[in-house]
Design a protein around this ligand. Structure first.
Ligand SMILES: Cc1ncc(COP(=O)(O)O)c(C=O)c1O
Length: 442
């Protein structure tokens, strides 16, 4: 596959042209990457009005992912998520009052920040029960009955799948429930760009989602910040609308290092990398089987993620002793993210570092799901004057911070909700010490 962005930048770097343009380093290597770090000069195209090498590269990505349109983001899925929401909201019929979104509660903060920026309300879908505050398993039936019970038609249904622990939603079923009611499905697929290359594909776009935001950098060989906005043929807006939406939330100086990396990934995927993803999924399944035989309890269905339930901190300590750094660990889980760029040696080292589970594996504790009670709109709360208070003094106050949880989890409170005693307990359990509350609205 052609790599038009990389070819342009490399040819430019070889010409040793006097760089009387940004960036200020002029290509002189201090870190080493500067030679290939350019700006939108003649011939390099323009990300938000692309009609040259960037557009060609995005079309290559679109063919690889089987989308109707694929657009690059240098601001991660955070930027793609905001653009996706903007597009869905502005495409929908204008409602009376604030637009409304139906969303599973384990959403990344970029959704809540976007609700503040665009001033829409969110009706949350809570799981019936959850094994962790990181999971929010909602079913097609949950979505159908929520939609049927809503007085106002939401502009979209919004899911996070895969979630941080590797939980995978029934995207096909949920898309069916949404589409039957004339509502599009948006998927935060930040952790699942690679799913398109499994056989069969598990990518949400191929299972019925109408738009997805994928962090290429999380699971594909792409520099940090590189992401996609994928659009299905069900969405009727044009290419310029998609670019306008992304430009609202991004810098006018996109990183050409990231763009080259996204471009290069197309060539890798069209070459052997897609096959390597399949082999890596098989190798990861084998690692999971071996860890299970060693007494570990595995969690989640994401094929390239190993989530170990039990004393995550102890599991992480063992891994670090073996010079393995996990993606995440808390008192209930440790998460490892693997790709074909982890060689066979890495798998062997992970297995050796973990050894037998003895004492650090176990059933995850049931998490208490706190239902929020909204008293202000998300926008009112995020834009309000705020103060930071100790969690134990926060009961009765109104949350201002977008979400109180990290990593992406089912948050104890979200901006605009009254903080209950139950929410205080949940935050203390999660080790949160301070929370930002509105200063003027009590
Ligand atoms: C579920 C989820 N969605 C969205 C994001 C944002 O992605 P990015 O870091 O690419 O902006 C993250 C980041 O960790 C995430 O975990």
């Amino acid at each position: 596959m052609e790599t038009p962005i990389c070819d342009f930048v490399r040819a430019y770097a070889l010409r040793e042209t006097v760089r009387a343009h940004m960036p200020g380093h002029k290509g002189n290597a201090r870190l080493g990457a500067e030679r290939l770090d350019i700006t939108e000069i003649a011939g390099a195209d323009e990300l938000y009005a692309a009609d040259g090498v960037i557009r060609e590269s995005e079309r290559n990505a679109s063919r690889l992912f089987g989308s109707a349109g694929t657009y690059y983001s240098c601001g991660g899925s955070s930027q793609s998520i905001r653009a996706m929401l903007f597009l869905a909201m502005t495409q929908a019929e204008k409602p009376e009052g604030r637009p409304l979104l139906l969303a599973a509660r384990n959403a990344h903060r970029s959704l809540v920040e976007c609700a503040a920026l665009l001033d829409f309300d969110i009706e949350w879908l809570y799981p019936a029960e959850s094994e962790s505050i990181c999971s929010c398993p909602v079913t097609p039936r949950d979505v159908a009955s929520a939609l049927d019970g809503m007085e106002k038609k939401p502009f979209a249904v919004y899911l996070t799948s895969p979630d941080y622990l590797g939980g995978m939603a029934d995207v096909r079923g949920i898309a069916g429930a949404a589409h039957a009611r004339g509502i599009p499905l948006l998927a935060d697929n930040a952790h699942g760009a690679y799913l398109a290359f499994l056989k069969p594909s598990l990518h949400p776009l191929h299972l019925g989602a109408d738009m997805t935001a994928d962090s290429a950098h999380k699971t594909l060989p792409v520099l940090t910040g590189g992401a996609y906005l994928h659009v299905s043929e069900n969405m009727k807006f044009g290419e310029s609308d998609a670019r306008r939406a992304l430009s609202l939330f991004g810098s006018t100086s996109p990183s050409y290092l990231i763009l080259q990396s996204l471009d290069r990934a197309n060539a890798e995927l069209a070459g052997g990398y897609a096959g390597e993803i399949l082999r890596c999924a098989e190798r990861t399944a084998e690692l999971k089987r071996r860890l299970a035989r060693n007494g570990y309890r595995l969690f989640g269905g994401d094929p390239l993620r190993v989530t170990l339930a039990g004393d995550g901190k102890e599991i992480a300590r063992r891994l670090r002793l073996g010079n393995v750094e996990p993606e995440y660990a808390d008192r209930d889980f440790a998460v490892l993210m693997l790709t074909p760029d982890n060689g066979e040696q890495d798998f062997a080292r992970i297995e050796a570092a973990l050894g037998r589970a003895d004492g650090c594996s176990g059933e995850p504790r049931r998490a208490e799901i706190v239902r929020g009670r909204r008293v202000l709109s998300i926008r009112e709360a995020v834009f309000a004057r705020q103060e930071l208070v100790p969690v134990q003094e926060a009961a009765g106050r109104i949350a201002a911070a977008p979400t109180v949880s990290c990593p992406p989890a089912v948050p104890a409170v979200i901006s605009g909700e009254r903080i209950t005693g139950q929410a205080v307990r949940a935050m203390r359990e999660a080790g949160i010490e301070c929370v930002s509350v509105t200063a003027d609205f009590i």
